[in-house]
Design a protein around this ligand. Sequence first.
Ligand code: ADP
Length: 482
Amino acid sequence: MTSHDCSLSVLHAATELFPWIKTGGLADVAAALPEALGTIGVDTRLVIPGFPDVISALRDDRVVYEAQGLLGTSRMQLRLGTLPSRNTPVYVIDAPSLYARPGSPYSHPHNGDWGDNLIRFAMLGWTAARLAEGGLDPHWRPDVLHVHDWHPALALAYVADSWPPVKSVFTIHNIDYQGRFPPADFNRLDLPHWLCAPYGPLEFFGDLCFLKAGVLLAHKVTTVSPTYAREVTEGQHGHGIDSVIRSRGDALIGILNGVNYSVWDPRNDEHLPARFGIDDLAGKARCKTTLRSRVGLNDRGDAPIFVVVSRLGWQKGSDLIANAADDLVARGAQLVVIGSGDRQIEERFKELQNRHGGMVTIHTEFSEPLAHLAIAGGDALIMPSRQEPCGLTQMYAKRYGTLPLVHAVGGLADTVTIETGFSFVERESSLTATIDRVLQTHQDRPRWMQMVSTAMRTDHSWGKSAEAYRNIYLQILGNTPS
Ligand code: ADP
């Protein structure tokens, strides 16, 4: 907190921002958390790369800084502006040679990761760092820098030698993605050498590792659920980086993500053919009918529909769903998959769709309206993730009265209870056995409706999490005991 101003100010740095640039939950969090902090009085701003849809949505902007040749980049302008329907001011890095590319923020449409990702994300880290030091915008300097995932994590390296120190929080959204680069790239980053010395904060088994720098250099490290905070320190989920995370001891805290109910609420969801709430579920039945005709499922009346809205891959346990699909159909249920990713798994679902016409369907487009319709029109959402840092769709599903069936790991273990869904622990049960439990319960209408009602009433709003983050900011500023 600055002496002239008793408000707390925080700069968030991230690569994704719903609805302009999204590949997963990070976009939803980067959109919702700064707004939630704003509503509890934290002066919050965000810095993000200038991807095409962000640049075209930016309003009332002005250039606060510009440079030529920074990190070898031809032109970079830092613009401060606003985005439609948002209160959080945003700094956008307008560097067309790095970011003016359509599609995923990370990879070429057909050729894997962009070859210049090192510099694309170093630029984000550099900008966040210099803003946090007060060097780019003379009118605003945050008390705390809050960095999300590996992409902006070099910000912590760029402020490592700053004086006075820049107070910082690093949030791990998923340790599967670590930002590893060849060691020779270090010379392109314009950083002091001690950072990449053997066992230094950026060095990891001979590579550069952005995630490691974030974990070691931030004042506090958070991750997106309490159970995941424990799992990332354990060998089986730690991806080799568990010992680094363990070394942070009590500096690691798990805070559950929330749901933005202004986007995910069946009572006012603009993507649905009919809206509904706990006291009037007629709209949910209409959504089910519309979902069937939209995705090409037969009309099987009350037969339960299992929905998947997810990236497809090993982490998400999508192969387990494909393995269980024959049994699911044999029991009279239907399956809708909205998602893409691992090509082999996509092919397996296409083969199931061919074999079980009208009972199984897959839609590989990334479609916000279809995701909402599936979550509203389904009866149960399947999420047998092998690892799940937090997971958002199971919390969305609860609000829509679509009961989650989950593997009890990470945030799934923290958000799905026996009153609100179905979970299994691998050693004790299987996905197919749990599908059977869902189907038996679905037959027991009073019990099912009781669970639907409890799930819909659960409050996963951001307020509590925003308070928890504010407490962490205050702790590292020394304003409350840690
Ligand atoms: P992760 O971030 O690991 O992908 P989360 O459950 O935290 O998983 O968040 C996934 C987000 O991406 C949710 O908002 C979900 O609705 C969305 N999503 C996933 N696949 C699709 C898709 N094919 N179309 C639209 N939205 C999708």
